[in-house]
Design a protein. Structure first.
Ligand SMILES: Nc1ncnc2c1ncn2[C@@H]1O[C@H](COP(=O)(O)OP(=O)(O)OP(=O)(O)O)[C@@H](O)[C@H]1O
Ligand SMILES: [Mg+2]
Length: 587
C-alpha cells in the first residue's frame, strides 16, 4: 500500500529468507494467478444469465457451468500451491530469525538480561518471530490476492455496463478513502502504543503474581499494586481511545461497502426510464451477484494493511535486539600472567540510571589473596563483582586479570579464569547432575558427586527421591535458598577456576544451613584468589583484607583489626552486626 517506513520490511524478510526468498515471490505470483482465475467464472455466470434472459440455446449453459467449476477448483488448487510456497519460506524465515536472535543473544553482555528483562527477550524470540511467520505464510499471498482482485473487478464491472459500473464505484471509492484514513502513519504509532501497553500490562501482571505472597501476608489489596492497576488502566484507556478514533471511519467504511447494493437499485431506477430491456435486467442481476465481491476485496485490502502494521512492529522488536551492541572482544591472544585482579579507577553507571553505581574504585587483589567486600545494601558490591566478569563493561577505567584488560581476554578465557557464585543463585529446571555439570560438560558422574560432597550437599542429595538425577522444581522437589546456593557452590568446585567471586546470599534460613554454606565456601576457597561479598560480617574476620563500600565508593580497606581500630564505617557496621547477632541469640 506504499506506506512510508523507517526501514524496508520486505527487504529484511528477504534477507532472513536467504535462499528461500524466491519462494516468497513465487508464492505471491501464484496467489495472484489464482485471484485472476477466480474471477473468470463471473464471466461464465454473465454468459449463463445472458443465455437465460435472451432465451438463447440452453445447451451452452452446461459448457459455461463446467468451465466455471473447473476454473474455480483449479484456482483453489493453485492457491493451495501458493500457500505451500509461502509456508515453506515462512518457516525458514522464522527459523533463521530465531537462530540469528539466539546467536546475537549469546554475544550480549550478561547484564542485558537484568536490564531489559528476560521476559521481553523471550516474547520477542517467540511471539515476534511467530507473527512474522504468520504474515509471510498467510498475509503475503492474501495481499497478492487483495491487490489483484480489485483490478480484476474493475475490468469485470466496467466490461458489461460502464454506467452501472461507475455508480458501483462511488461507494466503493468512498469506502476505500475511509479505510486509508484508518491505515495512516498515525495508526502505525497507535499500533506500537498498543503493543507497548500490552507489554507493560503483561510484565506488571507477572510482578503482581510474584508479589501475591507479600500482598496476602501484609493484608493489602490489589490497589497496593498501583503499577499493575495503572498498566491496566493505561491499556483500557488506549483501547477506548483507539476505538473512538476508529468509530467514524469504520462506520463510514462499513456503510459504504454495504451501500453498493443500494446504488444498484438506484441505477436500476435511473436506467429503466428508457424501458426495461432484457440487457438491463441481465446486467442488474449480474451486478447484484458481482458487487459484493468489491466489498470482500476492499475488506481484504483493509486487513492486509493491519497485518502489515503488526508485522512491522514485530520486525522492529526483533531488530531492537539485533541492534544491542555485543560485548566487544578484542581477542589479542594475551594470556593472564597470574591470578591477580586489579581495578583501576573503575566507574559504572547503569543504563538510564541517574547516578553511578560504582565510583572511581581502584584496588588490587594479589594472587591467592582472600579479600572481602562489605558495605551497606545498595552500596555497589554486586555491581563491582559483576563488572569483573563483564556482565557490563566499565563506563570509565579498566579491570585487569593477571595484568590483562578483561576486554582483551576471549570470553572463554575469562570464564576459565573466574567462577562466580551469585547472590540469588537460581538453578535451572534440570537434574542436579546436569545443573552441576554445566560448569564442566565432560565431567563424569563421580566428579560431580565429589564436587557435591565438597560443597556439603550430601544431605540434600540423600533427601531427594532420585538422588542427583532428581529434576529440580518438579513434583514438589524444591530447594531452599541456602540449599540452592550450596548446589551452585558445587558447580564452582567442579569448575575449579583460579579466581573465585562469591556473592553471599543475604539471608540463610537456619544456622545449620549457614554453617554448611560456610564450610562449602571454605573448601572452595582453598588455594584461590577469592573475592567474597559478605553480609554476615563474622565470615570476613579472617580475610586478608577487607574493602568497605559506601555509595559506590571504596571508603576503607585493611584487616579486621586495623579497621576496627580506625573506627570508621566498618566499625559501625560490625558493631551493628554484633548487636543483631546478640539480639537474635537473646530473643
Ligand atoms: N540492573 C540495574 N539497573 C539499574 N540500577 C541498578 C541495577 N542493579 C543495581 N542497581 C543500582 O546500583 C546500586 C548498587 O547495587 P548493587 O546491587 O551493586 O548493591 P549491593 O551492594 O550488592 O547491595 P546488596 O547488599 O543489597 O546486595 C544500587 O543503587 C542499585 O539500585
Ligand atoms: Mg548485592
Amino acid at each position: 500500500m506504499g506506506k512510508k517506513m523507517d526501514f524496508d520490511h520486505m527487504k529484511l524478510i528477504r534477507q532472513y529468507a536467504g535462499g528461500h526468498r524466491h519462494l516468497i515471490t513465487l508464492g505471491r505470483c501464484i496467489a495472484a494467478l489464482s485471484a485472476i482465475l477466480v474471477l473468470i467464472p463471473y464471466y461464465d455466470l454473465w454468459k449463463i444469465i445472458s443465455i437465460a434472459v435472451n432465451g438463447e440455446d440452453t445447451s451452452r449453459i452446461s459448457h459455461y457451468a463446467w468451465q466455471a467449476v473447473i476454473l474455480t477448483v483449479s484456482a483453489l488448487l493453485i492457491y493451495i500451491a501458493a500457500l505451500m510456497c509461502t509456508h515453506i519460506a515462512a518457516f525458514r524465515v522464522q527459523a533463521n530469525m530465531r537462530s540469528s536472535l539466539m546467536r546475537r543473544i549469546l554475544t550480549l553482555p550478561l547484564g542485558v538480561f537484568d536490564e531489559d528483562g528476560t521476559g521481553k527477550i523471550r516474547r520477542t524470540v517467540n511471539d515476534s518471530t511467530a507473527a512474522t511467520e504468520t504474515f509471510i505464510a498467510h498475509q503475503l499471498p492474501d495481499k497478492a490476492v487483495a491487490t489483484i482482485t480489485p483490478i480484476g473487478l474493475l475490468v469485470l464491472v466496467f466490461a458489461f455496463d460502464w454506467k452501472i459500473g461507475l455508480l458501483c464505484m462511488i461507494p466503493a471509492l468512498i469506502g476505500f478513502a475511509c479505510m486509508m484514513t484508518m491505515m495512516g502513519k498515525g495508526m502505525q504509532e497507535k499500533m506500537k502504543e498498543y503493543q507497548n501497553a500490552l507489554d507493560t500490562m503483561s510484565s506488571e501482571a507477572t510482578e503482581y503474581v510474584r508479589g501475591i505472597p507479600v500482598v496476602k501476608t501484609f493484608g493489602q489489596t490489589v490497589h497496593s499494586f498501583k503499577r499493575f492497576k495503572s498498566a491496566i488502566d493505561g491499556f483500557g484507556k488506549w483501547t477506548t481511545d483507539y476505538t473512538l478514533i476508529l468509530r467514524w471511519p469504520m462506520t463510514a467504511f462499513m456503510t459504504c461497502i454495504n451501500a453498493i447494493f443500494a446504488f444498484i437499485v438506484i441505477a436500476a431506477f435511473l436506467f429503466s426510464k428508457d424501458g426495461v430491456t432484457a440487457g438491463l435486467i441481465l446486467n442488474i442481476m449480474y451486478y447484484i451477484i458481482v458487487t459484493p465481491l468489491i466489498t470482500v476485496a476492499l475488506t481484504k485490502v483493509a486487513y492486509s494493511g493491519e497485518a502489515e502494521m503488526t508485522l512491522i512492529d514485530a520486525l522492529r522488536r526483533v531488530e531492537s535486539i539485533m541492534e544491542i551492541e555485543p560485548l566487544e572482544n578484542r581477542n589479542t591472544g594475551k594470556v593472564p600472567a597470574d591470578h591477580s585482579v586489579e581495578l583501576r579507577d573503575v566507574t559504572y553507571r547503569y543504563k538510564d540510571a541517574l547516578r553511578d553505581a560504582v565510583k572511581h574504585v581502584s584496588l588490587r587483589i594479589e594472587p591467592g589473596e582472600h579479600v572481602a567486600i562489605v558495605g551497606p545494601s545498595g552500596s555497589g558490591k554486586t555491581t563491582l563483582a559483576e563488572l569483573i566478569v563483564r556482565f557490563f563493561d566499565v563506563s570509565e577505567g579498566e579491570i585487569l586479570i593477571g595484568g590483562v584488560n578483561v576486554k582483551d581476554l576471549p570470553s572463554e578465557e575469562l570464564m576459565r579464569q573466574v567462577s562466580f557464585v551469585f547472590q540469588d543463585s537460581r538453578l535451572i529446571k534440570k537434574s542436579i547432575l546436569e545443573n552441576v555439570r554445566m560448569a564442566k560438560p565432560d565431567a563424569t558422574e563421580a566428579e560431580v558427586m565429589d564436587a557435591l560432597k565438597k560443597a556439603q550437599c550430601t544431605d540434600i542429595i540423600e533427601k531427594l527421591p532420585n538422588g542427583i538425577h532428581t529434576v529440580i522444581g518438579e513434583k514438589g522437589t524444591y530447594l531452599s535458598g541456602g540449599e540452592q546456593q550450596r548446589i551452585t557452590i558445587a558447580r564452582a568446585v567442579l569448575k575449579d577456576a583460579p579466581i573465585l567471586i562469591l556473592d553471599e546470599a543475604t539471608a540463610f534460613a537456619d544456622p545449620d544451613n549457614e554453617s554448611r554454606v560456610q564450610a562449602a565456601f571454605d573448601e572452595l576457597s582453598k588455594d584461590k584468589t577469592v573475592i567474597m561479598i559478605a553480609h554476615r560480617l563474622s565470615t570476613v574476620v579472617h580475610a586478608d583484607r577487607i574493602y568497605v563500600c559506601d555509595d559506590g565508593q571504596c571508603v576503607e580497606s585493611g584487616t579486621h583489626d586495623e579497621l576496627m581500630q580506625s573506627g570508621g564505617l566498618y566499625r559501625k557496621l560490625f558493631d551493628e552486626y554484633s548487636r543483631s547477632i546478640n539480639w537474635k541469640v537473646g530473643a
